[in-house]
Design a protein around this ligand. Structure first.
Ligand code: C2E
Ligand code: CA
Ligand code: CA
Length: 561
């Protein structure tokens, strides 16, 4: 890449395309003081010159009428090659040829001068056209990040695309770096220290990465580097000895997309490297990860899921399963949780663990949730009308659902549409949502509560627990995360569950423990005073018909008796 000074100081090269030898020589003579001049006696020779001196020629002076390949054809062919497309062309036309001039401008000529030409006018036009083009190119070249000296994100993407497009058969690797917990570090150590650290990392990597072509800063603390495919070991390069002491509290991690698929758009290429990074986030001691076949398949699957979701909804491929909640006090079914299932005609059974996170990312979850909620209402109505036993059903709400204006009003409208008592619907939300926008969540929960819906706090103890949320939210039920019973059963230590139970008692919340699979677990939870149990021990989630039968068999005995 030519540096800026070079661009400003060197004598530019211009190309004169003109079949009349005498005219051509006069022109060359006139320009030779200011420019290096190349000559061509017709359009095709001119194009050959452009090709041979690609990147050098600053401007073309072009005659219109020439044998062989005329000015029009020259313009037409020049336009098709991105290497030449932006080289400005001044047409040399005879007077009174307005039609020709219009046609030339349409074909991409920048300007024209009329023969016989005034030399000063011509030189000035040439100078300003050359300056115009160079300053716009310069703008592009200046697109580096001022802190690190790496390319800016846009320019990195742009360059990446150009390089890959020009060399589709080359083998490249893309490395993305990311600073663990950067935001917290920024708060703790201040901008100045973090900036100097970011600069040091960029410098180090620029020095160390073998076969490096260029790097860009594609996020606050995320860099991307393109290099020629590297076969050696990365460990000494990305995580050299002594780095720990140098960077002290900062940990840098790397995701590598080896043998980049050159046909992918630049953002997708970087995504793959950062996807690999995601795999080792918060994993202590693991610093480098590769985008591998497993991730490729996962991505394919994700793509499939997104492509199919709209159809799935309209074709009713989503069905609701019901998992009973067993009431330990009455020893009967006290409720159920509605869990979505996707039965795809070709993909088969797709587990919610696969598609829910995707829908939460792309926003589709809200459409799906409304569909599920309505299915639940319809089913409750059907059972009531058929004189079958019913229990309150919990529906799951995602964080995005809380962006719906008047969510409580919408759910109430649904329940009313099916003439259902609001106490028949419980809403489950996870604690992790609370940190997003506490004000809004609090308000919506209050609205739901005032509308008579019960609120269950899902996945309690799964790692997001903040006791504030327990105190400030309008809650009725604490659903204890499955991991807690699992851990208790494995260690025989039920103290955390005991604590949850006490806490719930104090806050006047009912408790549901999820994921209970054995009789021993049930017995232990009974002792702890837990209210409800949901888990395979009693039943897996069941399709509506089977759940209906289950309910008939397990309805409250006291009530029946
Ligand atoms: P969740 O709300 O925590 O649901 C409980 C999950 O635990 C369900 O998985 C259930 O099948 C499973 N489970 C219940 N008992 C046991 C047990 O004894 N052992 C084991 N190993 N697992 C048990 P599922 O149905 O795969 O759902 C996964 C997650 O997907 C749910 O977690 C929930 O977050 C989400 N989800 C499911 N349906 C919906 C929905 O309609 N809307 C929304 N927004 N999310 C949903
Ligand atoms: Ca749930
Ligand atoms: Ca749960």
């Amino acid at each position: 890449m030519a540096n800026e000074k070079e661009i400003i100081q060197r004598k530019r090269t211009v190309l004169v395309v003109e079949d009349n030898e005498m005219n051509r020589e006069i022109l060359c003579e006139l320009l030779s003081d200011d420019y290096e001049v190349l000559e061509a006696e017709d359009g095709s020779v001119g194009l050959a010159q452009l090709d041979a001196h690609s990147g050098e020629i600053a401007l073309v002076l072009l005659d219109v009428y020439m044998p062989n390949c005329d000015g029009f054809e020259f313009l037409e062919r020049k336009r098709q090659d991105p290497r030449f497309d932006t080289v400005p062309v001044i047409m040399m036309t005879a007077s009174n040829t307005v039609d020709d001039e219009i046609r030339c401008l349409e074909l991409g000529a920048s300007d024209f001068i009329t023969k016989p030409y005034n030399v000063e006018v011509m030189k000035n036009r040439m100078k300003s056209l050359i300056r115009l083009r160079e300053s716009s190119t310069m703008l592009g070249r200046l697109e580096t990040d001022s802190l690190t000296g790496l390319y800016s994100k846009e320019f990195f993407y742009h360059t990446l695309e150009e390089v890959l497009r020009a060399n589709p058969d080359e083998h490249y690797d893309l490395v993305c770096s990311d600073v663990e917990n950067f935001r917290t570090l920024n708060d703790r150590y201040g901008t100045a220290q973090c900036d100097s650290f970011l600069r040091a990392v960029a410098d180090d990597l620029t020095d160390r990465i073998p076969g490096l072509l260029f790097g860009g800063r594609i996020g606050a603390d995320v860099y991307a580097f393109l290099l020629r495919h590297y076969e050696g070991s990365w460990s000494g390069i990305l995580t050299p000895e002594g780095e720990e002491t140098r960077y002290a509290k900062f940990v840098v991690k790397y995701g590598i997309f080896a043998n980049v698929d050159t046909s992918l758009p630049p953002a997708a290429i970087c995504d793959r490297a950062t996807l690999a990074l995601g795999k080792i986030k918060k994993k202590f001691g693991v610093r480098v990860a590769w985008f591998d076949d497993e991730m490729r398949n996962l991505q394919l699957r994700e793509h499939q899921i997104e492509e199919n979701m709209e159809t799935a909804l309209s074709e009713r491929q989503f069905v609701v399963y019901y998992q009973p909640k067993h009431d330990l006090h009455t020893d009967s079914t006290g409720g159920a949780e509605a869990l979505v299932r996707w039965i795809h005609p070709e993909l088969g059974f797709v587990s919610p663990g696969q598609f829910i996170p995707i829908f939460e990312r792309n926003g589709f979850i809200t459409s799906l949730d409304f569909f599920i909620w309505e299915e639940v209402c319809r089913e409750l109505r059907r059972c009531i009308d058929a004189g079958l036993p019913v229990v309150p059903v919990s529906i799951n709400a995602s964080r995005m659902d809380f962006d719906v204006p008047d969510l409580a009003g919408e759910i109430a409208a649904l329940a009313n549409k099916y003439g259902l008592d609001h106490s028949l619907l419980h809403v489950e939300l996870t604690e992790s949502m609370y940190s997003d926008n506490p004000g809004k969540i609090e308000k919506t929960l209050e609205d739901l509560h005032n509308n008579g819906f019960h609120i269950e706090l899902d996945d309690f103890g799964s790692g997001y627990s903040s006791l504030t949320s327990l105190n400030t939210l309008a809650l009725d039920v604490m659903k204890v995360d499955m991991s807690l019973i699992r851990q208790a059963a494995a260690t025989g230590d039920y103290s955390i569950l005991r604590f949850c139970s006490l806490l719930a008692d104090n806050l006047r919340l009912k408790t549901v423990v999820e994921g209970v699979e054995t009789a021993e677990q049930v017995a232990a939870l009974k002792v702890l005073g837990c209210d409800y149990i949901q888990g395979y021990y009693f039943s897996k989630p069941l399709p509506p018909k089977e759940f209906e039968e289950y309910l008939v068999a397990h309805s409250a005995k006291e009530v029946k008796a």
